[in-house]
Design a binder for this molecule. Structure first.
Ligand SMILES: [Zn+2]
Length: 240
């Protein structure tokens, strides 16, 4: 028992006992797990719907940005299936305060890139920023946590304040692609551009749908002299 604990001995014993009696649950399938070291059970991890886009030189996700943003490449590592494990994982770190899940998936992303033989490693990871009010409400930026998990595995620094979202965007459902672009096009301002000049940047987000937000942010990053840009997200969701 740690000497700094404020729990009395019976309370501490009860606390330890509760961890044995009440299992933790996998965020993917909801089944009880005994391992406390990771948020997904072995079965969910094995069955994650990987795209394998990081393993090929011409990632199909890159085509989504053709003619829109001059990037080196774009990758999304999982298929987002409604009601599936990936949706549950994203829901947990977006709406249930499961910051550990975002960091875990960030490390998972980093390991996948390490295993991809030809993936071009960036100099710095840039998490897609959240608007300030949203950040205040959620308390953290899930893209930053993903980037930190990746950075830990890849030993690549994270530049969290390279871009700032300066205006709240309206809800993006029921808008055309052009409307979406206009809606987010001017909400990013650079604030530490000098440190990133000449670097290979990798912009990180949780889900790519239309790519409009990454596109707007990417245009700002590409204003930094000498920068080359790639994009990555945990998941790809078809727009409806
Ligand atoms: Zn599971």
């Amino acid at each position: 028992m740690p000497t700094t604990s404020r729990l009395s001995l019976p309370a501490y014993a009860l606390h330890q006992l509760s961890r044995l009696v009440y299992p933790v649950f996998c965020v993917g399938c909801g089944n009880p797990m005994h391992a406390l070291t990771q948020p997904l059970c072995g079965n969910c991890l094995r069955l994650l719907p990987a795209t394998h886009s990081e393993r090929v030189s011409n990632s199909p996700i890159t085509n989504l940005f053709a003619g829109r943003l001059p990037i080196q490449r774009a990758d999304a590592l999982l298929f987002f299936v409604s009601g599936g494990v990936v949706q549950h994982v994203i829901h947990a770190f977006k709406y249930k305060n499961r910051q550990d899940v975002a960091r875990f998936m960030g490390r998972w992303m980093g390991n996948l890139l390490l295993q991809a033989p030809h993936y071009p490693m960036p100099d710095a990871l840039v998490p897609l920023p959240l608007y300030r009010n949203k950040l205040k409400k959620r308390g953290y930026n899930q893209a930053l946590l993903l980037a930190e998990g990746m950075g830990e595995v890849l030993q690549i620094p994270v530049a969290p304040v390279a871009v700032m979202r300066t205006r709240h965007t309206e809800t993006q459902t029921r808008k055309s692609r052009i409307d979406r672009w206009l809606n987010v096009a001017e909400v990013f301002d650079l604030n530490n551009a000098d440190q990133l000049a000449g670097k290979k940047l990798l912009l990180v987000d949780d889900v790519i749908t239309t790519g409009a937000t990454m596109e707007a942010c990417g245009h700002q990053l590409l204003r930094i002299p000498g920068v080359s840009l790639s994009l990555i997200s945990l998941a790809f969701a078809h727009s409806v």
